[in-house]
Design a protein around this ligand. Structure first.
Ligand code: F6P
Length: 463
């Protein structure tokens, strides 16, 4: 059996802190690797004082190899081009992009370094699967080192339309490098269409079906693979965790109030500030709910060294303070805003006990919180998901209450509707959503991509 080689910037190292802070990507890959053997290469999370070291541990049949970054690499590659340029551009926020040639060179340098680390480990039969926007250039760097393996790339975040992407300096060099992959996976048809239009319009590549392109004598295919969650496992975890001492303590502390939950990394793409304003609007319009509802927003800090993130933390803190100051009473705090990480089990339990979840990103590749919230529910008394139409998940989860996160009044109304939704409607919506999650769970996602990457002749099944 061919060996799988996963490469991503973040890696879930056993015993590390990633169990608490793991983003969607690490959760998805960890689930995939439960059923495969191979290597997982990524960043150690450390910034080396001297020479960057390479670490290797074997866990459950997986060899986890991580490399440190030097201080200039961390600044230029991670904080710089990846998160101050690519992250905003891919989320349609050209206005937040801060491009510099030095950082772009740093990005290429770290992609080359990953290729150097991987190079001696690879055998010709290995199937290589590269993840996310940090490593767009890695396929090209591996080809330049002579590797003819099947190499796939999956983008966890959105791929914007060419009109937005062409605002990125050096986009030609970066995006054309994607053509060194055999298969490029995207979360939605819309993202795949955007890349397809870029390749035909900007790279002058032709394609009969908009999904298969020829580049330098090689075939590159685009496919749609919406990431799922471990639906049934998560449901079982939530059922157990809902009775844990931690969840009992939280529920006791809010007395018999209805709980609304939001869980997001502190990131401007998540729309947290507008969401708090929507809750404020809901309180203004619905005095009967005063003292009867608690909105818990769990928001671990992230990328705090980037100016926009620090500024956003300040704005959200002030908005929450204003709402609590205006509506709160001695015995009731409307919003609990927590900058902490909680493990999967704690979140699963809280999801199950929440009457509604607010998942209202301004732009999101998929959003696994939305899927985990549905997976966690008690089918006999399910909560209601309020979901942004701009999350990739909205395409599959259209039985949720879909909202435009920029329309603060409409989100406020959706909160009222969720809290008063009749049982029959809640159950019908939940049944439909849960069925969708069973059909496309994390196993299906990983297997579909892996099979499509291994078998170039196999037609790509619809997502
Ligand atoms: O796909 C989004 C992503 O960048 C993942 O790669 C990562 O798991 C998550 O966001 C967390 O971001 P960071 O690695 O910058 O902490």
């Amino acid at each position: 059996m061919a060996r799988i080689v996963l490469v991503s910037n973040r890696v879930a190292v056993p015993g590390g802190d990633s169990g608490n802070r793991a983003g969607g990507l690490e959760v998805a890959l960890r689930a995939f690797l439960k059923r495969h053997r191979g290597i997982w290469l990524g960043w150690s999370g450390r910034v080396a004082r001297g020479e960057p070291e390479i670490h290797s541990v074997t866990h459950g049949g997986i060899n986890i190899v991580t490399t440190d970054l030097t201080r200039p690499d961390y600044n230029d590659f991670y904080l710089g081009f990846s998160n101050r340029v690519l992250w905003p551009v891919l989320h349609y926020r050209l206005d937040l992009m801060e491009f510099s040639n030095r950082e772009f060179e740093g990005y290429l340098r770290v992609n080359e370094r990953f290729a150097d680390v991987l190079h001696p480990m690879l055998t010709p039969d290995d199937i290589i699967w590269v993840h996310d926007y940090h490593l767009m250039y890695l396929g090209k760097a591996l080809r330049e080192r002579g590797h003819k393996n099947r190499i796939g790339f999956f983008l966890h975040v959105p791929f914007p339309p060419p009109d937005v992407l062409t605002g990125l300096p050096k986009h030609e060099r970066l995006i054309s490098a994607l053509c060194h992959y055999d298969l490029i996976g995207l979360q939605t048809q819309g993202h795949a269409d955007n890349l397809s239009r870029y390749l035909t319009g900007e790279c002058r590549m032709s394609s009969r079906d908009g999904r298969t392109f020829m580049a330098g004598g090689r075939m590159v295919r685009l496919g749609v693979f919406p990431v799922g969650v471990e639906t049934e496992e998560f449901n079982r975890l939530a059922e157990r965790a809902a009775q844990s001492p931690f969840v009992r303590e939280v529920m006791a502390s809010i007395a018999d109030r209805a709980l609304i939950i939001g869980v997001d990394r502190l990131d401007y793409t998540k729309g947290i500030s507008l969401r708090v304003q929507a809750f404020e609007r809901f309180l203004a319009q619905n005095p009967a709910w005063h003292r009867a509802v608690t909105y818990l927003q769990i928001t671990p800090r992230s990328r705090s060294e980037i100016r926009e993130y620090a500024e956003m933390a300040r704005v959200i803190g002030e908005t929450v303070g204003r709402v609590n100051g205006t509506y709160g009473e001695a015995a009731w705090t409307p919003i609990r805003y927590v900058n902490r990480t909680y493990n999967r089990s704690a979140l699963a339990g809280l999801f199950r006990r929440s009457r509604a979840a607010l998942v209202t990103p301004l732009r999101d590749g998929m959003n696994l919180v939305a899927k985990e919230y549905i997976a966690a529910q008690n089918p006999e008394d399910p909560g209601v998901l309020i979901l942004s139409r701009f999350a990739g998940a909205a395409l599959e989860l259209n039985a949720a209450l879909l909202v435009n996160p920029y329309d603060v009044e409409a989100v406020g109304e959706a909160i009222a509707r969720a809290l008063t939704m009749p049982f029959e409607e809640r159950r019908a919506r939940h049944q439909e959503l849960y069925k969708t999650l069973l059909k496309n769970d994390i196993k299906t996602w990983g297997d579909r991509f892996y099979e499509a990457l291994k078998n170039p002749d196999q037609a790509l099944r619809a997502a």
